[in-house]
Design a protein. Structure first.
Length: 215
């Protein structure tokens, strides 16, 4: 049976000077989860925010916090993000010497463990972790910045990963209504959107429209 489509606004596109209001806006728009992008200026050419901000976000919402670590040394900072109140932690396969260990550590802490891959990384790179990951996050832009265009060449990879994996499949980067439709048709069930939702005049309607997409 097809999985329900869930939608998570990416807070990277929110106005951080009024983060509490932006979180409330996402809640009122019936977001299913909130996506938090953590960037270290090494793995990606940008810096965002760290565990103390995740902790502040946690204080202001009961929504699932989906924390996307785009950082070189995820193992080093893992406990800080667990303690901050993350519900899902996703790490990048490109950064990991021992991917199974960190996924096990995340699961042992009672969280859901996600693994992510960049547009140029092949589906085969995930073969050793398919039995342990709860979720796979497929990047459809080069990680580091919001507001980029969806890379359509990633669609066959989404289809391939869907054939290999029964768990949650999440798409991240360049998502609007049209690109969400393409991603859902390819097998995605969790949709992240930053710019599209936070620049919307009717976030509730835009979330609802994506949730109603059919495969
Ligand atoms: C990019 C981040 C994305 C980003 C998506 O590196 O991982 O989560 O916030 O932003 P949009 O939806 O604007 O492409
Ligand atoms: Zn992200």
């Amino acid at each position: 049976m097809d999985k329900e489509i869930t939608v998570g606004p990416s807070l990277l596109a929110a106005d951080f000077s009024m983060l509490k209001d932006e979180i409330k806006r996402a809640e009122e728009a019936k977001a299913d989860f909130l996506h938090c992008d953590i960037m270290d200026g090494h793995f990606v050419p940008n810096i965002s925010f760290g565990p103390s901000i995740v902790k502040d976000i946690r204080k202001n919402t009961e929504l699932t916090l989906d924390v996307h670590l785009m950082i070189e040394d995820a193992q080093k900072y893992l406990n800080a993000f667990i303690d901050a109140g993350s519900d899902i932690i996703t790490v990048h396969i490109e950064t990991l010497k021992e991917p199974r260990k960190i996924l096990e550590d995340i699961k042992c802490a009672g969280l859901k463990a996600g693994i992510s891959l960049n547009p140029e990384t092949s589906a085969d790179s995930l073969k050793d972790v398919l039995d342990i990951a709860d979720m796979i996050l497929i990047m459809t832009v080069h990680p580091g910045f919001g507001g980029q265009s969806f890379i359509k060449d990633c669609l066959p990879k989404i289809e391939k990963i869907r054939e290999m994996f029964d768990g949650d499949l999440e798409v991240d980067g360049g998502i609007n209504y049209e690109t969400a439709q393409l991603a859902v048709k390819a097998g995605i069930n969790m949709v992240i959107a930053g710019t599209h939702l936070f620049s919307s005049h009717d976030m509730k309607k835009d979330i609802e429209n994506i949730k109603c997409l059919k495969r």
